[in-house]
Design a protein around this ligand. Sequence first.
Ligand SMILES: Cc1cc2nc3c(=O)[nH]c(=O)nc-3n(C[C@H](O)[C@H](O)[C@H](O)COP(=O)(O)O)c2cc1C
Ligand SMILES: *[C@@H]1O[C@H](CO)[C@@H](O)[C@H](O)[C@H]1NC(C)=O
Ligand SMILES: *[C@@H]1O[C@H](CO)[C@@H](O)[C@H](O)[C@H]1NC(C)=O
Ligand SMILES: *[C@@H]1O[C@H](CO)[C@@H](O)[C@H](O)[C@H]1NC(C)=O
Ligand SMILES: *[C@@H]1O[C@H](CO)[C@@H](O)[C@H](O)[C@H]1NC(C)=O
Ligand SMILES: *[C@@H]1O[C@H](CO)[C@@H](O)[C@H](O)[C@H]1NC(C)=O
Ligand SMILES: *[C@@H]1O[C@H](CO)[C@@H](O)[C@H](O)[C@H]1NC(C)=O
Ligand SMILES: *[C@@H]1O[C@H](CO)[C@@H](O)[C@H](O)[C@H]1NC(C)=O
Ligand SMILES: *[C@@H]1O[C@H](CO)[C@@H](O)[C@H](O)[C@H]1NC(C)=O
Length: 413
Amino acid sequence: MWANCFLPGLALCLEATAVMIDKEGLPDTGLDTSNWTTGELPPISDMIDINDMQFAAKNTLSGKNYAYYRTAALDEVTYQANLFIWEKIRLNGFSFVDVSDINLNTSILGYNFSAPFFIAPAAKAGKASAGAETNLAKAAGAAGILYVPSISSSENTSTIGAAAVDGQVMFHQEYIWSNKTKLQDELDEIEAAGFKAIFLTVDNTGVNGIRDRSMRFTSGSNSDHSATFTIEALNQLRNMTSLPIVPKGVKTAHDVKLCADLGFPAVYISNHGGRVVDMAPTAVEVLLDVHKQYPEVFDQIEIYADGGVRRATHVLTLLALGARAVGLGRPFMFANVYGEEGVTKAIDILTLELTTTMALMGQPDIAGYRGNTTFINTRQVELEYFGAPLDVDPSSSPTSIPSVSSGNATSRQ
Ligand SMILES: Cc1cc2nc3c(=O)[nH]c(=O)nc-3n(C[C@H](O)[C@H](O)[C@H](O)COP(=O)(O)O)c2cc1C
Ligand SMILES: *[C@@H]1O[C@H](CO)[C@@H](O)[C@H](O)[C@H]1NC(C)=O
Ligand SMILES: *[C@@H]1O[C@H](CO)[C@@H](O)[C@H](O)[C@H]1NC(C)=O
Ligand SMILES: *[C@@H]1O[C@H](CO)[C@@H](O)[C@H](O)[C@H]1NC(C)=O
Ligand SMILES: *[C@@H]1O[C@H](CO)[C@@H](O)[C@H](O)[C@H]1NC(C)=O
Ligand SMILES: *[C@@H]1O[C@H](CO)[C@@H](O)[C@H](O)[C@H]1NC(C)=O
Ligand SMILES: *[C@@H]1O[C@H](CO)[C@@H](O)[C@H](O)[C@H]1NC(C)=O
Ligand SMILES: *[C@@H]1O[C@H](CO)[C@@H](O)[C@H](O)[C@H]1NC(C)=O
Ligand SMILES: *[C@@H]1O[C@H](CO)[C@@H](O)[C@H](O)[C@H]1NC(C)=O
């Protein structure tokens, strides 16, 4: 960025000014943006963690397009809570384990993927890159992870479906439009384009959340979402497609249980990245509430979750609380400012963090974390959310000593 030129003609005008990016309170990991140029893509080699992608997008995109991705509802209490709930959690890592063979393979609705994280449905990838959703589909396909495009994508359903690499499985998000013809047409298109399941977003029926940051650039518009989406309407909708339906945007333990009892194969706990009900709880809190009120649900159905996931430690936390797979919305949209290469880099960053953290925590198999609260201490969250910890064991980590399979250090002394 060049300094303002108060006295044209003077050499003073050419003095470069270091670019400062407001990092919005996100963790400071030493990213030096001083030699970046506002409006230009920084070198991708500067991208070391997922939050760096947000800063690169903020530096590169127009204020309007950045706001579109970044915005959240009202005071963004939930948006912030999603990002910072992790500070209240402690992970228990164990030594003396063979961690030479790391396995991230995870099945989601019976389909095999290479990692337990996926690209969550987020509208309008074209605001970050001309390659739009195709970039996301290709990067996900090459890496073997799940991508779930939004029905409000920049590209149409058949174009995104056609971007699939050989054998790639994708699911597709859908909204409940008040226009039933449109709904039926889209469900048919999704099925015809080869998508294997529907993530049906149930958290913004009728209206979208009020999102100030984006409303400063565009007025809030009619969502065209049905405002009469009752249980009866849901039953009718299940007749409109042969694909499995996963309700997305469930934000209370009550509704998780309701969906499980209605016979859905899975439910997706999400507060929509804080874009719908401000002050809604985080996925961590909802999962704890499900443990408290309806623990049987974890054996009934698969559970996915999202919101503020930026590190492998966040993925492992949600897995340990019972989620099978974890979505990331904004991070991949921001990474797409670098096109497919950026999305691939974001996937690689998270994968490296996961394999590293799993090795350091002493459980090399991703399946070993699922529902295994041995690995996490969530009592600080429980204390605040429930008024008391769920379990009153005063020790901070598990105290049962696993049996020693061979040797005895004491007897060898
Ligand atoms: C720009 C943007 C657009 C989104 N569009 C959709 C959408 O079309 N359908 C949907 O179900 N969720 C949508 N979401 C919500 C995401 O699927 C996801 O729940 C959320 O982004 C997760 O939070 P995170 O961004 O902190 O990872 C959108 C989120 C963002 C940021
Ligand atoms: C800025 O500096 C970093 C670190 O020295 C370097 O990797 C990067 O390429 C530089 N960026 C530009 C735009 O010169
Ligand atoms: C993970 O899945 C891939 C693809 O199916 C397979 O090649 C690989 O061996 C699996 N890894 C482990 C550790 O099972
Ligand atoms: C998925 O992975 C499991 C376990 O590794 C394997 O048994 C199964 O054959 C795989 N399914 C497909 C469709 O590749
Ligand atoms: C989808 O978009 C492609 C590329 O713009 C276009 O060729 C195709 O006709 C569109 N398909 C539908 C069903 O709209
Ligand atoms: C409903 O959707 C169909 C299919 O997209 C469209 O042709 C029709 O005009 C829509 N009806 C209304 C009232 O908007
Ligand atoms: C769903 O379809 C079945 C079989 O066609 C029918 O018996 C049932 O009444 C339908 N349910 C609803 C809620 O429309
Ligand atoms: C949870 O993980 C611990 C540590 O790896 C292990 O000892 C325990 O058997 C696991 N529990 C379950 C139920 O898998
Ligand atoms: C190890 O050896 C000591 C001394 O012989 C014995 O008291 C102890 O029970 C042994 N521990 C295990 C885990 O075998």
